[in-house]
Design a protein around this ligand. Structure first.
Ligand code: FAD
Length: 527
């Protein structure tokens, strides 16, 4: 027999399994030491609105029967080595999940990735952090697993497609993620666990007879009339297939240039730009969990999500927190020498002493009149210029420009900076010099408002670090709403974050699956 319970628990009851078993069995009307009964959590979310933090848990109690498996999707892929081939450019979440879906549908995926496999990639990340050397083919954005590999591995999405989200989560669990991601309302994996998981996804593709080509950059397309037949690599190799899924991410500027050069329709896209902000995790915990000292041994490092409408020169734009990483690190996410880009990641335990988050202002195309001459690349050129300026003012290394938070609001250069998780180091700079005025003014308004929403958040014990600029793609590659095919180029399927259809690991993975389905469905209809 199975009983479902809705429980409101203390952090200790929710996170200490022995105590949880005890409480859940008693709530089910059983003796706490009933050896024939076992309880498990199937949904868990923290409610920190009141002074006492509570954890809302949906639990199942199995009495005289074994628990049913949480995971329902079996991990078994058919062999497709002799099947027709489909080209997928980019081994980020969109590309990898497109490949697995193609296999399920009986098509052989050829995944082409400019970067290295997850293990080899690590050395290049160390070189950015320690020696300030940016490898344009292998960095925090490029390489196996894409931008999502050395990240926080947050797995939440604003998408409401619950069934599709569950499918992605189950595939992740089948490849090594813990079952907790099926339970937590805000699941995350952590940067220490992601590389192994990504390697497992690759293994599934290879074992089914698919191919994954590393250190292979796509530099051209094979176009016959208005039909995409395949791609050309930097070695000059031509690879053809039944279609091309272009999942190259938001940082593949050379791909955007190539599309423009080939007269393939692309559009400038609004995005958001700003800084990363770093507080001590303890300060954020004290604000969010209303505790005097620290969060104690059971609660996870707390997070926040902030948004504020701001007004500057008669225009209203949102300022918002982005990709908050509790207990995390700020990382140098540039993809070329001569630019500074920051982002955040955290380990699965989220146990660093820092809390960081992007703090960005929405950028609309009408904010960029002087870049209109670049047409579809207007927002991308603006983004690149701000990143280059950060590099110049930071001292022409990966040392990032920074300023304490209240000093920034008061337009005062900080005489000293705080300890930071950003390994290449910081330089005290007037961030109004780095950021365009319309961004800096909006951030300032946002910070003042956030200080009122979260008492203690606006403090000189926090600092801002620039620039957070790769929030979403500054270019959209259009596609038909129904067929997902490019409106002018047949058999080209723009996919994932870089094309403007996803933001984050899970939504990119979902979009990868959809693109593979649409492409294969269309191919089957014609042939
Ligand atoms: P990408 O992951 O960007 O993958 C594109 C791939 O294409 C790359 O591997 C690239 O090397 C390859 N490529 C590019 N050009 C070419 C070419 N010409 N030839 C061959 N290959 C090419 N999202 C979350 O949901 N949660 C998080 O916690 C999170 N944290 C992040 C932390 C960091 C440091 C970063 C950088 C990003 C983070 N993100 C996070 C965002 C997330 O990683 C992206 O939304 C997601 O990876 C997008 O997936 P994608 O497959 O569309 O593109």
């Amino acid at each position: 027999m199975k009983k479902e319970l809705q429980l409101q628990l203390s952090p200790e009851e929710a996170y200490d399994d022995r105590l949880f078993q005890h409480v859940a069995l008693k709530k089910a009307g059983l003796s706490a030491d009933n050896a024939q009964a076992i309880a498990r959590q199937i949904r868990r979310s923290i409610d920190a609105r009141g002074r006492q933090v509570r954890v809302n848990v949906t639990a199942e109690v199995f009495i005289n029967e074994a628990p049913t498996p949480l995971l329902q999707t079996p991990k078994a892929y058919q062999n497709v080595s002799n099947k027709e081939q489909l080209i997928i450019v980019g081994a980020g979440p969109a590309g990898l999940f497109a490949a697995l879906r193609a296999i399920e549908l009986g098509i052989k995926p050829i995944v082409i990735e400019r970067g290295k496999d997850v293990r080899a990639r690590r050395r290049d990340l160390a070189a950015i952090n320690k020696d300030h050397i940016v490898n344009p083919e292998s960095n925090y954005c490029f390489g196996e697993g894409g931008a999502g590999t050395y990240s926080d591995g947050k797995l939440y999405t604003r998408s409401k497609k619950r069934g599709d989200i569950r499918r992605i989560m189950e595939i992740l669990v089948a490849h090594g993620a813990t079952e907790e991601i099926l339970v937590d309302a805000h699941p995350h994996i952590g940067t220490n666990k992601l590389p192994k998981l990504v390697a497992e996804l690759r293994e599934s593709i290879l074992q089914a007879g698919g191919e994954v080509l590393f250190e292979t950059k796509v530099v051209d397309f094979i176009l016959e009339g208005n039909e995409m037949k395949g791609v050309v690599t930097q070695e000059g190799e031509k690879i053809k297939g039944i279609g091309v899924i272009l999942a190259t991410g938001h940082s593949a500027r050379d791909i955007f240039h190539l599309l423009k050069h080939k007269n393939i329709l692309i559009e400038a896209k609004p995005f958001a730009l700003g800084v990363r902000i770093e507080h001590s995790q303890n300060l954020i915990d004290r604000i969010q969990y209303h505790c005097e000292m620290d969060r104690g041994p059971y609660l996870p490092a707390s997070s926040y999500a902030l948004v504020q409408q701001t007004y500057f020169q008669g225009k209203q734009r949102g300022v918002f927190s982005f990709c908050m990483c509790p207990g995390g690190f700020i990382v140098p996410a540039a993809t070329s020498p001569g630019e500074i880009v920051v982002n955040g990641m955290s380990p699965s335990r989220r146990d660093s002493k820092f809390a960081n988050s992007g703090m960005v202002a929405a950028v609309e195309l009408e904010d960029l009149p002087q870049y209109q001459k670049y047409g579809a690349l207007a927002a991308m050129m603006f983004q690149a210029e701000v990143e280059q300026k950060a590099w110049l003012l930071g001292g022409k290394t990966q040392t990032a420009p920074a300023q304490r938070m209240v000093d920034f609001v008061n337009k005062k250069v900080s005489p000293s900076l705080l300890d930071t998780s950003y390994q290449p180091g910081l330089k005290s700079v007037d961030m109004y010099e780095v950021l365009p005025d319309f961004i800096a003014e909006r951030l300032k308004q946002g910070f003042v408002a956030f200080g009122k929403k979260m008492k203690g958040y606006l403090t000189n014990e926090a600092q801002i670090i620039g620039v957070e600029s790769r929030t979403s793609s500054p270019v959209r590659i259009p596609r038909d709403r129904e067929s997902f095919e490019h409106p002018e180029v047949k058999r080209l399927y723009p996919c994932g974050e870089g094309a403007g259809y996803a933001g984050g690991i899970v939504s990119a993975a979902m979009d990868g699956e959809r693109c593979a389905e649409k492409l294969i469905e269309q191919y089957a209809r014609v042939h």
